[in-house]
Design a protein. Structure first.
Length: 195
């Protein structure tokens, strides 16, 4: 099983996270930011990852440190769980509708952390969540997970729907990318021989 556990403690957050890439979408998530809990649950369910997150953060300031540091931890766990990436499909994409919202996620487990983010939610907040923090999360995930991630909003007027579509689409794209391709017989999917 491709699993990893990460612990990270700073002056701003104390996080423990476990990830199983070969799970069924079981989650136990407590970030201190309610809407973010909802988004991570959807992300893991659509990726079919088992994910546990426990975060004690300085949410009395705001959710920024918690959201970004969880992105760091999740990216590190993803990279560690994938090992040398032998036999994986490597690429994944999803064009995901969520009512009136439509979001494209495309990614490459390239070993190079890059985010291209074109999501424009109309509202600054959803519940207790500052909507610009979604980009902070995906930036940290892409950088620490060493993946190229493109997220593009093609339609949408409801902020909740737009962000939900982005998290679900990213989860579905990751599900495809981490899948084992039997035709590769464990080979690393790169002409360079390494990712």
């Amino acid at each position: 099983m491709r699993k990893a556990e990460i612990s990270r403690k700073t002056a701003e957050t104390d996080i423990t996270l476990s990830l199983n890439l070969d799970g069924t979408g079981i989650t136990e998530i407590h970030t201190g930011v309610g809407f973010f809990d909802h988004m991570l649950t959807l992300f893991a369910r659509h990726a079919r990852f088992d994910l546990t997150v426990q975060c004690a953060g300085d949410t009395e300031v705001d959710g920024h440190h918690s959201v970004e540091d969880i992105g760091i931890c999740l990216g590190q766990a993803l990279d560690r769980a994938l090992g040398d990436k032998g036999g994986i499909c490597r690429y994944g994409s999803m064009l995901l509708p969520m009512d009136e919202a439509l979001v494209l996620a495309a990614l490459d487990l390239s070993g190079r952390g890059t985010l291209r983010y074109n999501i424009q939610p109309p509202a600054e907040r959803v519940g207790d969540f500052d909507t610009e923090l979604a980009e902070e999360f995906f930036t940290a995930l892409a950088r620490e997970g060493r993946l190229t991630l493109h997220l593009r909003q093609l339609d949408g007027t409801n902020t909740h729907h737009i962000l939900e579509a982005a998290f679900k689409a990213a989860g579905r794209a990751l599900r495809a990318a981490v899948a084992i391709d039997p035709a590769l017989n464990g080979e690393i999917p790169s002409t360079k021989g390494a990712l």
